[in-house]
Design a protein around this ligand. Sequence first.
Ligand code: ZN
Length: 465
Amino acid sequence: MKTLQLTIICCFFLCNLSAQVHKCGSTLVEESLEASYPGMKELIKKTYDYALENASQTRDVYEIPVVVHVLYNNANQNLSDEIILSQIEVLNEDFRRQNPDKDLTREIFLPVAADAEIEFVLANVDPDGNPTSGITRTQTDKESFVELDLASLLAALIECGVDITNPEVTDEQLECIFESLGGFDLDVMKSSTTGGIEPWDTERYLNIWVCNLAVNLTGEDLPFLLGFAYPPVGAPNWPAGTIPDDIEAKDGVVVHYQAFGRNNPFNGPLAGLSDKGRTATHEVGHYLGLRHIWGDGDCMMDDGLEDTPSAGTNSQTQTADIPSCESLHEKDSCLEDMMPDMIENYMDYSVESCQNMFSNQQVGLMRAMLEGPRSGLLDNMMSTTEDEQSLHFTLSPNPFSSTIEITTNESTQLEVSTLNGQRLMFKTLDAGLNSVNTDHFRPGVYLIKLSNGVNKSVVEKLIKI
Ligand SMILES: [Zn+2]
């Protein structure tokens, strides 16, 4: 009898939890990192401050190679290529502000709604240099990658003061639950020894694991987390060894399979809430350094960005009813800033059909991360316009100390700038071999852009030692 009561209570708790959208584990990731590597939270914050100070001014389109690792225990979890492609399409729409619902952004926020000029493409070359679809599929014995049992979950709920008759779980309580459960391992899916699969080189690829993050306590799978992401850590001027090597083996994004892709036919309890592929948009936002717009706290806490108004709470749905965007538009949790909450922002927890924008400063920050700690993603072929195919060049050495030798196949404009957009050199190179003297550059990281001045350009990161 007691077990039955516990089951009912837990179901009540989890059923309500599952009605909440975008319950993402970014704060759990930080807690988990801090527990394993004391001081990491401070390094993450320093990285954020670095990106705030170096908000990008560049305008090239950056392209990020993606590998999607599908882990499946049953046929539903083995999502089709079509669903995976729909997710890549959603990322491209949302990060380019080409989303079909962009017209739903309220007028008051239109001046700051921005195109991030970041695109995503399934990798076509694997780490060994072989052609690939950019998708890996691995059958696993793991029924779920969140391993919880009923008794310990209930004990954690009580310990963390969750009112199980009216369960509204705050992020602090979720952290507490996590801690009380002994900090269950979030990263089980990232190793083949625990039923998952190892990432591809996390400096060069955005790894996205898609797997089951539901808990099954009552005979029914209920989503526990919809996703989580590792934040960028590190700035170009940090000494080597500041960041533990083994963190790299966990870097990337994880998304619950029911929340992946647009109109995923297996979305179950997430229908109408998290069915537009925006869990991945939100998590990739974290991966590129963004924080929640409510600053994970009250009106005194902030995301550090001026163009996302203060918010004292997130905008997640607390009931099983799906709210209208109009009703969410009434939300104004911090009256003193004279602005409503930006429930349109992908970094809120609002229902996905009401989300439709990133802000200018969020874009500047994500691009600063791509030009700094995440620049490895852009190293192979950093960026560009529609026709980049025929601008061929070689550049060596890199890192360099004095002279760089650049060979191009056509007359090319060379531009060298600092990471925050200050242009240091602009000259025309002839087709063939060119020697460029850089004695006057201080040691550091620079961006070098080669362009034929019409429609082809390539950007590379350059390090002076
Ligand atoms: Zn989040």
